[in-house]
Design a protein around this ligand. Structure first.
Ligand code: INI
Length: 184
């Protein structure tokens, strides 16, 4: 079996971050936690580029444009869409998620969906809090993992496999395995 998996070692990688200004009291926290996680994992501050956009609806276009420059190993989209009394939430959140997914496929570069979609302001604050759900930090980790796994795939390299790592536990040796019944 071949194994290819990303790592959390980010030294030398470059990241683009796009952050929505809408609900800035939440997205500001997502941004700082995201940058902190990247730098703690070895990313140089000069290798992080941040672009601000009005709201989550605008994230996909800028993400695709940044990704297409091929200057970044991954691009991270940060936003907070909070349900109100109108259907606006549904349009904005649906377009942000669909557009970000499409942008990654179009640009052939990992683009991370770090957009909170919550029913209440309290839920959004909780998810942005580095001491709780820390979705900003989680977006950074996903970006590093995707950047490193894509690099492996493109180079045609494999991750060295220890028997213990297959399925997360030691595999049964061939001798102990119960033989499969042959079809008649
Ligand atoms: N943008 C958000 O990022 N979050 C929201 O909760 C939100 N709501 O609820 O309206 C929101 N709207 C703005 C939208 O993203 C665009 O910026 C705007 O429609 C201009 O295109």
């Amino acid at each position: 079996m071949k194994l290819r998996k990303g790592s959390q070692s980010a030294t030398g990688l470059r990241f683009g971050i796009i952050v929505a200004k809408f609900n800035k009291f939440v997205t500001g926290k997502l941004l700082s936690a995201c940058v902190e996680e990247l730098t703690e994992r070895g990313v140089h501050a000069d290798d992080i580029e941040v672009v601000r956009v009005p709201g989550a609806f605008e994230l996909p276009l800028v993400a695709r444009t940044m990704a297409r420059t091929k200057q970044f190993h991954a691009v991270i989209c940060l936003g907070a869409v909070i349900r109100g009394d109108t259907p606006h939430f549904d349009y904005v959140s649906a377009e942000a998620s669909r557009g970000i997914g499409q942008a990654a496929l179009d640009a052939d570069v990992p683009i991370i969906f770090g957009v909170l979609t919550t029913h209440t302001i309290a839920q959004a604050i909780e998810r942005a809090d580095p001491a709780k759900f820390n979705r900003g930090g989680a977006a950074a980790k996903s970006a590093i993992e995707m950047a490193t796994v894509m690099r492996l795939l493109r180079a045609g390299e494999e991750t060295p496999v220890k028997r213990e790592t297959l399925h997360g536990k030691r595999t049964t040796s061939a001798a102990k395995r119960t033989p499969r019944k042959r079809r008649a």
